[in-house]
Design a protein around this ligand. Structure first.
Ligand code: PLP
Length: 373
C-alpha cells in the first residue's frame, strides 16, 4: 500500500461482530451519482427510506429515520433526547453495550440504577422488576436486545412489558437484532430504539436507524432543558427528516450511504422479515452442527442464543489471536475475538444479513478445521 495510489481492499468474508458482508447490489447503489441533499428526488428517497425502516422495525412511528452516524450515535440520540439532568434510568448490563448505556446516562447528568448479570447469561427479569419497584421515580428502562459482545438475546418483549407496567419509557439497543431476529416496536411497545446499518442489514457502516414512539416524542418536545447535543437534538432533526414538504437544512445527509441503506432495506423487504429471521436461524443451526463436527461448542445456552452472533468456546491450549490472524491472512476470513470477561475464552462468529449463507458457513468451518489442525 502506498500513500498516493488507489486503495483496493482484498475480498474478505466478514463473519465477525460487524461490519458484515455488503451485498453487491448495495455497493452498486452507493456508487451512483450524488444528488443534492435537498433535491426533491433525494427527499423522495428519504421518505421511502423512512417507510422501509417502519417495515423493518414493525412500527407506525412517524419519527423513524436513520441518524447520520454509526450505531453509537443512535444510542446517544436516544439517551440525550429522553433524559434530562436529575432523571433516573434503570440500565441492564450483561455485556459491553449495556455498560456504554450507563456512560450515556451519567453524561446526561442523570442517575443510573444498574442491574448486572453475568456475561453470557440473560438479564434477569426478577431483578429488573425489583429495581422498578424500588425506583418508582425511574423515567427510563434501557437494555440491549442482542448483546453482540456475548451472543445473548435478552427478552425484549418481557422487558418492555415491565417498563410499561411500571410507567417507564423503554430504550432498546437493536443494533445487532434488527433484520436478524424479531424486533416488534409497536407490538412490544418500545419507546426509543436504535440500530446500525452494518450488522444484519448488511449495509455499509455509518448509519443508525432510530424510531421514537409518540409518547417519547411528547417527552422530547416538553423537555425543560435543551438537548445538550445540538447534532442529535431530535427537535431540530425533524425539520430535515420529518413529515411534510418543507425541509430545512440541518446537516448534509450522507447521500450515497442513504442510497445504500435504501437498497439494503429493499432487499430485506423483498426477502420478507420472517424469511430473513428463518434464514438466520437455519444458518446458525448449520454452523453449530459444522463446528460440533470439528470439536467446537457454543458458549451460550441454546434457549437464548443469538443466531446472528455465535459465541464459540475456544478449546484449551489454542492460541486465540493466532487462529484469528491465520483465518484472516490465509483464508480472507474475519471472525471476532471475545471482549472483556470473555476475551481469550470465545470467538464471535457473525452470521449477519448477507453474510449468513451456506457458502460462508462452509468456508468458515473448513478454514477453522484447517487452522486448528
Ligand atoms: C455494534 C454495536 C453498537 C455500536 O455500533 P457502532 O456502529 O459500532 O457505533 C452498539 N450496540 C450493539 C449491540 C452493537 O452490536
Amino acid at each position: 500500500m502506498t500513500a498516493n495510489s488507489t486503495f483496493i481492499p482484498p475480498e474478505r468474508t466478514l463473519m465477525g461482530p460487524g461490519p458484515s458482508d455488503v451485498a453487491p447490489r448495495v455497493l452498486n447503489a452507493m456508487s451512483r451519482s450524488t444528488l443534492g441533499h435537498l433535491d426533491p428526488l433525494f427527499i423522495e428517497l428519504m421518505d421511502e427510506t423512512k417507510s422501509l425502516l417502519q417495515y423493518a422495525f414493525r412500527t407506525k412511528n412517524a419519527l423513524t429515520m436513520p441518524i447520520s452516524a454509526p450505531g453509537s450515535a443512535g444510542m446517544e440520540a436516544c439517551f440525550v433526547n429522553l433524559l434530562e439532568p436529575g432523571d433516573k434510568a434503570i440500565v441492564c448490563i450483561n455485556g459491553v453495550f449495556g455498560q456504554r448505556m450507563v456512560e450515556n446516562v451519567t453524561r446526561c447528568g442523570a442517575q443510573a440504577v444498574v442491574i448486572e448479570d453475568t456475561w453470557g447469561q440473560q438479564t434477569d427479569l426478577n431483578k429488573v422488576e425489583a429495581a422498578l419497584k424500588a425506583n418508582p421515580d425511574a423515567k427510563v428502562l434501557a437494555f440491549v436486545h442482542a448483546e453482540t459482545s456475548t451472543g445473548v438475546r435478552n427478552d425484549a418483549k418481557a422487558l418492555c412489558a415491565l417498563a410499561q407496567q411500571y410507567d417507564c419509557l423503554s430504550i432498546v439497543d437493536a443494533v445487532t437484532s434488527l433484520g436478524g431476529i424479531d424486533v416488534d416496536v409497536d407490538g412490544w411497545g418500545i419507546d426509543a430504539i436504535y440500530s446500525g446499518s452494518q450488522k444484519c442489514l448488511s449495509c455499509v457502516p455509518g448509519l443508525s436507524p432510530v424510531s421514537f414512539s409518540d409518547k417519547a416524542v411528547d417527552v422530547i418536545q416538553q423537555r425543560k432543558h435543551p438537548v445538550q447535543s445540538w447534532f442529535l437534538d431530535m427537535n431540530l432533526i425533524v425539520g430535515y427528516w420529518g413529515q411534510g414538504g418543507k425541509r430545512a437544512y440541518h446537516h448534509t445527509a450522507p447521500v450515497n450511504s442513504i442510497y445504500a441503506l435504501h437498497e439494503s432495506l429493499v432487499m430485506l423487504k423483498e426477502e420478507g422479515l420472517e424469511n430473513a429471521w428463518a434464514r438466520h436461524q437455519q444458518g446458525h443451526e448449520k454452523l453449530a452442527q459444522g463446528l460440533a463436527k470439528i470439536g467446537l461448542s457454543m458458549a451460550v445456552d441454546e434457549s437464548y442464543r443469538l443466531p446472528q452472533l455465535n459465541a464459540v468456546s475456544i478449546p484449551d491450549g489454542v492460541d486465540d489471536a493466532e487462529v484469528r490472524s491465520r483465518l484472516l491472512n490465509d483464508f480472507n476470513l474475519e471472525i471476532g475475538a471475545g471482549l472483556g470477561a470473555l476475551a481469550g475464552k470465545v470467538w464471535r462468529i457473525g452470521l449477519m444479513g448477507y453474510a449468513c449463507k451456506d457458502r460462508n458457513i462452509d468456508h468458515c468451518v473448513a478454514s477453522l478445521a484447517k487452522v486448528l489442525r
